[in-house]
Design a protein around this ligand. Sequence first.
Ligand SMILES: Nc1ncnc2c1ncn2[C@@H]1O[C@H](COP(=O)(O)OP(=O)(O)O)[C@@H](O)[C@H]1O
Ligand SMILES: N[C@@H](CCOP(=O)(O)O)C(=O)O
Length: 321
Amino acid sequence: MAVYTEVSDDDLAGFVAGYDVGHLTSFKGIAEGVENTNYLVQTDRGRFILTLYEKRVDSGDLPFFLGLLDHLAARGIPCPTPLRDRSGAMLRELAGRPAALVSFLDGMWVRRPGVAHCRALGTALARLHLAARDYEGHRENALTVPAWRALIDACGDRLEEIEPGLAGELHGELETFERAWPSSLPRGIVHADLFPDNVFFLGEKLVGLIDFYFACTDCLAYDIAICLNAWCFEVDGAFNVTKARALLEAYGRIRPLTEEEFEALPLLARGAAMRFLATRAYDWLNTPANAFVSRKDPMEYVRRLRFHRGVAGTGEYGLDR
Ligand SMILES: Nc1ncnc2c1ncn2[C@@H]1O[C@H](COP(=O)(O)OP(=O)(O)O)[C@@H](O)[C@H]1O
Ligand SMILES: N[C@@H](CCOP(=O)(O)O)C(=O)O
């Protein structure tokens, strides 16, 4: 669960009174999520989400994130809208933490996404990329190749506890990324963590995108690669080419990929696997067994990385050019 910071009834009522949202009637901590503390806040005028930003979020980045949500919501992207308090501020403080109140989104995340969900995701991702084009904020990706190396180095030989031979394999991978990571692909704002638990559906209709707290400026196709990994592998580890094709075709109808982006997909997907296995491996080795946050399996992403290393060409993602 993820309620790191407890808030008293009085403090919360005082905080909510700073907004024009009606009177607080109830609130409760939300168990899901790993990074921040979230409360569901009910007033006599509706539901809202209160987020208290925890230590892994750099407070200097919060204006970028909240400004991005504000920008995207104004352009029809189904993301949370940050509320402004009576003084016009989106970012405030509560219980000693930076805090924001955002709109509540209906819908549920899908445990086993199907082809139609992947298609809807592709459309939404492309719309998100286009809608963010005129956002003036900029944030470097803090979790790209040098950060992967730092995380893997910090794991050191303990990677062998995850799987014998893993340390050597991952150092070889890092050398590949340091040599060949693409630098000239179209760039823009990427979500960078658009996993199924961050996308809400009502049936097959995509109704919400949340958790923009890794968003940054990077290659747009890297965001697609993250989604291929998170949405198009089955529980048994098999790559589902039908889901990949649906995602890529839907994306391409809104923002056609360049030839260079298309050709770079295997390496981008391999790197995207490296990015998530690096944070997962670090957390796996450094989260106490009795911590109340559940650790995510790094091997799931080691297997995805191996898949992408082995693909013969982009045809294996379901699209031939
Ligand atoms: N705007 C929102 N509308 C509805 N539910 C939300 C919203 N934001 C967050 N949630 C709920 O809170 C949970 C955790 O949010 P998330 O942003 O993923 O947290 P974390 O950044 O800690 O991983 C989500 O799974 C969802 O249940
Ligand atoms: N999606 C990441 C972990 C980040 O979790 P989130 O709840 O903030 O989306 C992973 O699967 O490793």
